[in-house]
Design a protein around this ligand. Sequence first.
Ligand code: HEM
Length: 405
Amino acid sequence: MPQVADANGAAQPAVVTVHELEADPHGVFRHHRAIAPVIQRDDGSFLVLRARESEELLKDKRFCQPGAAFAKLRGINNGMLLALFDQTMLTSNGTMHRRRRSPFTRAFALRMIVALRPSIRQAAHNLLDDWAGEEVDFVDRYAALLPAHLISEMLGLAKEDIPHFTQCVYEVSRALSFTFGPEDLPAIERAAQDLYSYVTHVLETKRRRPSGDFLSNFLTDVKAAGDLSPLDSVIQVMTVIIGGTDTTRVAMAMLVGMLLEHPEQWEAVLQDRRLVQGAVKEALRFEPSVGSVSRMTTEDVAVGDYLLPAGRYVTFSVMSAMRDEAVYEKPDRFDIRRRDHPRLHPVFGAGSHRCLGEALALAELEEGLTALLERFPRLRLIEGLPRVSGHAGIRRIGPMPVRWA
Ligand code: HEM
């Protein structure tokens, strides 16, 4: 299809509405990916669709983290939500990013998480001990609880607080999606304030009575370094709680849902646990819980015939890149035995911002699935696979009733 050129001779990307993207993200991406590497959303931002360009451009120094640009794009102009977007490690650059992330890196490093695997599997079994009757909502009773229990364990949050902080997180993380409108903002802002008050209270308690857990040590380290304000410290802890709670919930539900939807693959993992890792990778590729990675252009960037002008918000669609025919054979087929996954899974982003919780998320998904296979080999879906909605940011999921008897 011939491209319409702008005054500089660059091709004009097709404009796609948020509504179209939310209605059928895979269909829209498949259609446009075959035509061009870039589309534009009707909010003015750009989406990069193909795997090769995404991989290259995510290493390119002409991109930076977006600061509060995403918030502003979505009409968030003040309050706790704006502070969160503005000061979280996720959106910050350079020295500020290092200061904000470094207090967490050791605790979430691969070797620390490897050592935690037996307790992660035990936590999964404990949750399955509580299943009663013959049916449960898998999302509420397992997929949500395992990450929430583990993040509370790692940080040193009280188990009784889980219902409160998870409810705050599920609301706040809507701000990282396209599923909210202006009418929803007051409720999301209230949840952000509640989460802020909760974390402030926890940190205050740990400051007065240090207990040797992660957050007590975090406060000591931050005080010694002297380079994070109290608000900054609270926001980084909020970020880790948000990151550690919602994304893995959706990923766990899709992992188990996709396997049950393909009974021969569920059966294969049951027979051979060496397939667990491949199942986790494939579910994260096929229906990811995070649809995109965000950046800003610091100068004009050419992508093929297209131009991403300086100072614009750019969404790297990992959802689209992970179905790119140039990388994956039959990308629309769910196949836990596929061998064409890149070495680093694209769903966790790239560079210095690559997901802090990657090792934890993989351990939760692998150990969580293994425990489930051991305990409920005859698990099945009652109403089919729930739809995961959203084309970018953190994606949403509804209930997933399962029967195990
Ligand atoms: C399947 C589960 C998960 C997925 C798909 C996921 C995905 C991502 C992605 C795409 C990013 C942005 C990377 C970038 O901009 O290049 C990110 C960042 C982050 N994630 Fe995760 N994540 C998951 C689980 C977790 C967990 C369990 C934690 C708990 C610690 C966590 C904490 C974070 C934090 C703190 C950041 C910001 C890192 C930074 O900017 O330096 N995530 N994650």
